[in-house]
Design a protein around this ligand. Sequence first.
Ligand SMILES: Nc1ncnc2c1ncn2[C@@H]1O[C@H](COP(=O)(O)OP(=O)(O)OP(=O)(O)O)[C@@H](O)[C@H]1O
Ligand SMILES: [Mg+2]
Length: 292
Amino acid sequence: MDIIKKVHELSQYLDNDAIASALKIPEETVVDILEGKANVEQIQTQENDSAPVIHVNSVKTAYRQKIISVMRAKGGVGCSVISLGLSYHLSKEIKVLLIDLNLTNGGGDLSFYLNLPDYPHLGVYKDNLLNCVIPVELNFDVLQAPNMTDNEKQKVSQIINHARQDYDAIVIDLPNRDDDLVMTALECSNTLVAVTSDTALEIVRLATILSQYQQKNIIVTANACNLSGDAKEYFTNYETVKIEHDNSLSKILDRCDLPGEKTIFMRGIKQVGDLLFERKQKGILKSIFGGS
Ligand SMILES: Nc1ncnc2c1ncn2[C@@H]1O[C@H](COP(=O)(O)OP(=O)(O)OP(=O)(O)O)[C@@H](O)[C@H]1O
Ligand SMILES: [Mg+2]
């Protein structure tokens, strides 16, 4: 299907929101296609009976739409709380889905932090994503991890592509693994928030992983630590943010509350959010209009 042709054809009979819902793309994308401002890429899915996935990047939606993998090279460094804080922060302005891909832990940290019911979860996804997500706050839904053995790789890329139709930002809490599932999520993301503490092996491993994703927007987040001079050397190509240790965080999470924007933790998260949007805007305008 040539989506640009289809949108133009339908525009003779339908208004923009009807076209958007018929083709399952955001209304802003319809407007951008009609104004000739969209890049369209069609991705053939591996399942024979499923329709190809259409990726549309346009000025408005691409600026707003982020697929953010929050990843690390060591357990327990704060990946889940940063995914949670970032999703909550972004949801004040845009619609966010937080996906927990910690599939083998008997339910992820996020289900625990948010005190979610056991059901629904990612394991029940077939083709209706909205039946599987749990609303947490206005504009903030979570797709929680079930306890499942493995390999949901194909399902994960379908879920992410499906979520692009309904959310402005998708934040993915990744486990500390380097298997197919994690690689699929990283490949589907346009932005990586790499969380690190300051231990030598972890820094080297993280820098090695990041070096494979140079084309993505990358932000290195030093969580509750100061990066040593040696560590900083590994990350000179990337923006870095320091999130301070926040003594109030564990009490807030114990109450299953979300941290307020004035907390030390959320002030660090806000820096990550500011950086994500500033950099992406420049990159997208350049890629669409070919500016320098
Ligand atoms: N900046 C911070 N200030 C205070 N406490 C923090 C901070 N970052 C993380 N923590 C605490 O560290 C602990 C681990 O955080 P979290 O669950 O996010 O780690 P993780 O990387 O997701 O772990 P896992 O490898 O188990 O998935 C939590 O108790 C969390 O409250
Ligand atoms: Mg976690």
